[in-house]
Design a protein around this ligand. Structure first.
Ligand code: SF4
Length: 572
């Protein structure tokens, strides 16, 4: 069943009014890979009536009024991606294409969509139901944050949007509790996983440097982000308060992750795996090509790459679904009339984190003073790929499934740390779950830049390539590795980019083509380095390439085309 997008569909369901209306900056695709569908379907499963308005016209009140007013609240999300990241390239040029919009043209999502949509609701329904922000844009802009597009520190998005609260992180539990409390007329501002505006600081919270301090002082900004990052674990985090003028942004403690059973319940909801028919005349949603027949096996990531916000959004605790739930989903996919026999991915933020987790972390939270994978894999983690091997085998043996791929990223340090099953896992990938090439993301080869990124060193990369090549020879296959790199990450100089290219050509026998210029997205460590120019390990100044020309130049350097090299440029 699709969530209703029109009054007629509500009538067909016998819903005279809606409890919750969800607004999204993407097309409405009924898939577990789209947060709006996931939250909406979960609330319906729990007994609430939920409708969707996707990509409303913000110049009139027609779209926003289509379903009337919700009884409990509006839920507003910019979509699966921050609207500024969606709408602009790393060099701030407007993107013309959009895989999350029907027809593929980037014309439907306004910049700073969470703010624009909230204004639209307030203008159309003054004094209406509360507006609750959610999704990655609001979640990662929940405290004061550096905004690359303004090149300035912005206030918490809650102040700019003038909404009532933010549900941050993975929202199912929080949004359900919120709906219950609002329905029952109970107070809800103390709920885990939300941010609200208050006249006073929360008594048991940590007060982090104010918006005024962090917008004018980079060391204050660094201190703020460090405190924010240290307080993202549901077991150990404290609430945070941050002064903005004469008010406070209060971030309540994080929500606990779903249990295995709860995760199974969410992913086994009856998703249509298609765009809502209302989008039909607009064209195809390209994102469906990769996600329609893909399966999420787990949530969370303890990789903590500095440029990635998943640890701050999904958390460092990995929760895996049960084998039976995943196999059941694979069988549902098999029975879909459009299925051609290929499951495009079984994975999560990192494919090979499925099926094991540190016992200490699950019981009492992630360590505050060390990381699970960097600089080395923690001895307490005990990686074990056996559950994932068995799971993939079960899926590929389902009658009607011709091929299963693992397209999510693989951490090769985890493969080496699993003495018993690591090599066996890669052997299985080579034999069954890749086709011709395997994509990996070393991101760089300079040990200095890799340390800043929180990624494994180049020795591991060479070791992985050797193992991959050997297993291919043994299997009688000719398959290749494709490498993804980042140019102009904070700390990276032209010289390091050039030597990354040289290393790639000489040691990996590969000419880098997949090179992305670093984008300072909200609330990551790399963005904090970009803005402050501070090395988080030493506290010393850090070189940061900020000019568009210099960034482009780094991209050229790695490819080995240095004809346009700028002579005499100093970096430190
Ligand atoms: S003990 Fe090791 S694996 Fe567990 S949370 Fe701490 S650093 Fe991570």
């Amino acid at each position: 069943m699709f969530l209703p997008m029109t009054k007629d569909e509500c009538d067909a369901l016998g819903w005279s009014e809606l409890d919750v209306i969800l607004l999204t900056g993407d097309a409405y695709v009924d898939s577990s890979f789209f947060g709006t569908a996931l939250i909406g379907k979960y609330l319906v499963y729990k007994g609430f009536r939920v409708g969707v308005i996707a990509q409303p016209d913000v110049t009139s009140s027609e779209d926003i009024s289509r379903l009337g007013q919700p009884k409990l609240f509006w839920g507003v999300s910019a979509g699966c991606v921050d609207s500024m990241v969606s709408n602009y390239t790393p060099l701030k040029k407007r993107r013309n294409e959009d895989d999350l919009t029907a027809g593929g043209r980037n014309t439907k999502r306004p910049d700073r969509a969470s703010i624009v949509y909230t204004n639209l609701i307030r203008k159309t329904f003054p004094d209406g139901a509360p507006v609750i922000l959610g999704g990655i844009e609001a979640s990662l802009r929940r405290i004061a944050h550096y905004d690359y597009w303004d090149d300035a520190v912005r206030r918490s998005i809650l102040f700019d949007a003038k909404a009532d609260a933010i549900v941050y992180g993975m929202g199912e539990k929080t949004i359900f509790e919120l709906a219950l409390r609002i329905r029952d007329g109970k107070p809800w501002k103390d709920l885990r996983g939300i941010c609200v505006i208050s006249d006073r600081k929360f008594p048991e919270s940590i007060e982090i440097p104010s918006f005024e301090e962090v917008s004018s002082d980079k060391s204050g900004y660094f201190e703020m982000f460090d405190l924010f990052y240290q307080n993202t674990d549901p077991f150990t985090a404290k609430a945070l308060s941050q002064k903005h003028g004469d008010k406070y942004l209060v971030q309540n403690r994080p929500q606990f992750p779903l249990s295995e059973q709860e995760l199974d319940d969410v992913y086994n909801l009856d998703f249509e795996r298609a765009a809502h028919p209302l989008h039909e005349k607009e064209g195809h949603v390209r994102a469906l090509d990769t996600i329609r027949f893909s399966i999420t096996s787990h949530r969370g990531c303890y990789g903590e790459c500095s440029f990635c916000a998943i640890s701050a959004h999904q958390g460092r605790i990995v929760v895996s679904r049960s084998e039976s739930s995943i196999v059941k989903e694979a069988e549902t996919i098999r029975d879909n009339p459009g299925f051609t026999g290929i499951i495009h991915d079984v994975g999560g933020p990192t494919a090979n984190m499925y099926g094991f987790e540190c016992r200490k972390k699950v019981k009492s939270g992630a360590c505050r003073d060390r990381r699970c994978l960097f600089p080395e894999t923690c001895a307490n983690l005990k990686p074990d790929h056996s559950r994932q091997i068995a799971l993939l085998e079960k899926i590929r043996n389902i009658k009607g499934v011709r091929k299963v791929f693992v397209a999510s990223g693989v951490r090769y340090d985890l493969i080496f740390a699993d003495k018993r099953n690591g090599e066996r896992y890669l052997r299985e990938l080579v034999a069954h779950y890749i086709s011709g090439q395997m994509k990996i993301a070393p991101e760089h080869t300079s040990n200095h830049v890799l340390m800043l990124m929180g990624k494994p060193g180049k020795k591991d990369l060479i070791r992985f390539k050797e193992m991959f090549d050997r297993l291919n020879r043994e299997a009688g296959k000719k398959q290749f590795l494709t490498y993804y790199f980042i140019a102009a990450h904070p700390g990276c100089t032209e010289a390091e980019m050039r030597s990354c290219g040289d290393f790639s050509r000489q040691m990996l026998k590969h000419r880098p083509e997949q090179v992305q210029i670093f984008t300072p997205t909200p609330s990551t460590w790399s963005t904090t380095m970009y803005h402050t120019g501070i090395d988080p390990y030493t506290g010393e100044p850090l070189f940061v390439e900020k000019s568009p020309k210099g960034k482009e130049h780094q991209k050229i350097m790695i490819r080995g085309d240095n004809r346009s090299a700028r002579p005499g440029k100093k970096h430190y």
